[in-house]
Design a protein around this ligand. Sequence first.
Ligand code: SAM
Length: 393
Amino acid sequence: MPFVLPPSLLETEDLALVLAFGKLSVLEACTVLGRSVQRAEAPSERVSVLHLDHPQVEAIAQLAGTHKCGPLTALLDSTSGDQGALIDLLVSYMEEKSNVSLSGYDIAEDDYEDLARSTLDGLRAKGLRKVRLLRPRGNELLSENVLKREAFDVIAFPYHNGLAMGPTVWVPDSASMRQRGTRRPAPHPDIALSPRLARTLVNLADLRPGQTILDPFCGSGTILVEAYGKSIRCLGLDNRASRVQEARENLRWSGGGVEDRGYDIRKGDARELARILRGTKVDAIVTEPLLLPRLDARPKTATAQGMIEQAAGVYNDALASMAGSIHPEGRIVIVVPAVQTMDGDEVTLTLDGRNLGLRLYQPGPVGFEYPVRLSFESTRWVRRAVYVFEPRS
Ligand SMILES: C[S@@+](CC[C@H](N)C(=O)[O-])C[C@H]1O[C@@H](n2cnc3c(N)ncnc32)[C@H](O)[C@@H]1O
């Protein structure tokens, strides 16, 4: 697990997360950290602060939709505020010739410059005279570079009319996530989502090893590969034989080339789950159908509405089929498209599970508005949004 500072620093009541997918990342964090989340604040689209009771470091390290996280260590009224606790913490881990970097999220350039300077001055005043300030491009040291130990990274963001800062303690293993996307035998970038997003969606299902997940529109199997990596049993369906073959190849590759009984990928129609599964129930369904024609430009609003209407039939039929195949304690995670139009509108496919005995999943005290839109990740003119349903008990 890629900790760049001791994991015990995450045993904090106020945890700052740099989000890969905006609100969806907050939903993942609230799911994975469960009852320990007392409150979640979103001071900007890029950062969330979670207020935790009994934080569990192992759970934090499962997060996929988070780029970085660390304890909130300095709260400043302005850039000249007291960074004492942050500086003391850094000094206890840095060496004479270490680098420090400041990653600023949604803060003004002038504030960034002032904070970078005061952090460096603070470290030098504590005797680390040869410490260098690494100036990352775009004022953000990417998590891959944090992992390479290029510098001790500090994040800073606007918070409660002032600024907040904290050291980056943990980043996900983004190199291996990227490899899973590019090195697998059937990468299929046209249709596949990123492994990072797939792992985030799988985490929303909150499954234990040995439980069963189904992706009824599995394509090349990206979601299943991520679930398989967590020792979850995988069922996949696709109505095209070539996709079934690709998903099998990718799963075999991800399991080290060994064909085993941990996955079962078949040709079939997502609208006929009761027949295909012969009435058995699965523990979770996680899927991204994205059944729209390829767009080369933003369509007119009326064209987008027509496309969404046409796709909605399959989504609704498939949702009804899924509702009948989910375990009473299970969850259905489904990605829907939100088309950006040339008129400046967004046309989103909406789903209603109430007549199917489904309710919208709301973890703990934080209320999420559905569908939960993803920030920073889209396919051409189509943005993604996510529904998470659970059977009404
Ligand atoms: C967007 S792709 C899924 C991509 C997948 N998440 C991946 O990582 O490769 C949607 C898939 O749904 C399949 N599909 C379309 N209609 C279907 C249906 N009624 N039943 C099952 N699969 C279907 C398509 O063949 C396509 O492979």
